[in-house]
Design a binder for this molecule. Structure first.
Ligand code: UD1
Length: 432
């Protein structure tokens, strides 16, 4: 297994390019199942484990998928095996994204239920409810969602999500574009990933109004066409790198980023005392010597993202004073906190909030990653800590951060990847 070994205390400085967005790439790749002929070409696709997992799933369904130089090409003409197996879905919950396009194009699909998640329950009831409203019968059979359109195609319908869901909005959208008649999706997610998906679908020939708003209006079409599209930049990677610069009192410039997508994060960094300068596609951050405590509440876009909550918690351990971190999306997403406390942080969890008492110097230790963003927060802790921090089980990190240690090293951090034996027990002390 791999671990990251970090010697903390070095301020980050320099320029770094942000990679393509993981979550947007996954949505665009699922949409590539919709055209019945031609090649969908998506550029700026990050080289990540989650991307390869979905590429493999598309191949199992019968698509031809090539990936070279960050460009992914999908030919979905021969898709005929309409089952997403448990072995792949359990590796990555976003595999549920194939449900909508398969059902929309073929009127049937069998997709494994994703099961649990490291940071609490993550149901898929909204996805299932949306497909039912669009005219599908859904049965649960041996851990699989078995979906069939009651007629030959799905039928447009009015959907009103009881809570904002990125995945369910994306799935409903991909199902509705080939449905007969019109569909309205109310309380739709407005995350950039969803707008990017909708724009790709429009390029493919779909009819969608209200892109970027919480009400999407879709008029079904008979066929979609393969096109070329460029993926967005990764707003969460961007936020993580900026936070890494802030926690080390550094100064960095990000390129290849749309600052508008990280507005809520930039506002909080400014409130913490950082100086921020933006252009159309760059962000420069200069961190202060002393960080102000800044509370956050993670909510759907355009508010502060839950995927930055763990990293912000790490940052606040170095602020002068106390701050409160609340997650309204995943109430139990706090597995990183006992690990940050092993580095010497003082954080208490209370319900869906955590109280961080800042400014104690962190001290290096061995810590364990439990999920993707938790890993990122432990790296931030390690960068700020005195001495050596070892972040174990970083396979979580490899799901969603492209060459993160290389990027941090280029910014002056001391970070190296090493292999270790998870089950090797330490040698007993020698007897006198
Ligand atoms: C996506 C992101 C993930 C991010 C999350 C919230 C991808 C691949 N992943 O995940 O990184 O943390 O958005 O911004 O894009 N819910 C239900 N029933 C459902 C679906 C969701 O109750 O059927 C709940 C979830 O438990 C959660 C909330 O709705 O509390 C939002 O989840 P959702 O937006 O669906 O997250 P994902 O699309 O899975």
């Amino acid at each position: 297994m791999d671990k990251l070994v970090i010697e903390g205390g070095k301020p980050l400085s320099g320029t770094v390019a942000v990679s393509g967005s993981k979550n947007t790439a996954l949505a665009l790749m699922a949409a590539a199942l919709l055209p019945a002929s031609g090649k969908t070409v998506i550029s700026r696709v990050p080289d990540l484990r989650d991307v390869h997992t979905l590429a493999n799933l598309l191949r199992i369904l019968g698509a031809r998928v090539d990936y070279e130089n960050h460009t992914l090409t999908v030919s979905a003409a021969n898709v005929s095996h309409l089952e997403a197996p448990y072995e792949l879905v359990k590796k990555m919950r976003a595999s549920i994204y194939v449900l909508g396009p398969l059902l929309g194009r073929f009127a049937k699909a069998r997709v494994s239920l994703p099961g649990g998640c490291a940071f609490g329950p993550r149901p898929v009831d909204l996805h299932i409810e949306a497909m039912r409203k669009l005219g599908a019968t859904i049965e649960l059979d041996e851990g699989y969602i078995v979906a069939k359109a009651k007629r030959k195609t799905l039928i447009g319908a009015k959907l009103n999500f009881k809570l904002v869901s990125v995945g369910a909005t994306g799935n409903a959208l991909m199902a509705a574009v080939l449905a007969k008649g019109s569909t309205q999706i109310a309380n739709a997610a407005v995350e950039p990933e969803i707008s990017a998906l909708a724009k790709l679908l429009v390029k493919m020939g779909a009819k969608i109004d209200g892109i970027g708003t919480s009400t999407l209006e879709i008029e079904g079409v008979n066929e979609l066409y393969a096109v070329r599209e460029e993926n967005l930049c990764d707003r969460i990677e961007a936020g993580t790198l900026l936070t890494a610069a802030a926690i080390t009192h550094g100064k960095i410039t990000l390129t290849d980023i749309e600052p508008i997508h990280i507005k809520a994060i930039l506002q909080k960094l400014e409130a913490a005392g950082c100086t921020i300068k933006t252009t159309a596609n760059t962000v420069e951050l200069r961190a202060p010597k002393k960080l102000n405590p800044v509370s956050i509440v993670a909510k759907p876009y355009p508010k502060f993202p839950t995927d930055m909550q763990a990293q912000w918690t790490a940052l606040m351990t170095q602020a002068v004073g106390a701050s409160k971190i609340t997650d309204t999306i995943y109430a139990e997403r706090f597995k990183h906190i006992p690990e940050l406390n092993r580095l010497g942080a003082e954080i208490d969890i209370n319900g869906n909030s955590a109280l961080v008492r800042g400014v104690k110097k962190l001290k290096g230790a061995k810590v364990m990653s439990t999920d993707l963003r938790a890993s990122a927060s432990l790296i931030l802790g390690g960068l700020a800590a005195e001495g050596t921090t070892e972040v174990l089980r970083i396979y979580h990190l490899d799901r969603g951060y492209e060459k993160i240690e290389e990027k941090l090293r280029n910014l002056g951090a001391s970070v190296r990847r090493e292999q270790y034996d998870e089950f090797a027990s330490p040698k007993p002390p020698e007897e006198d």
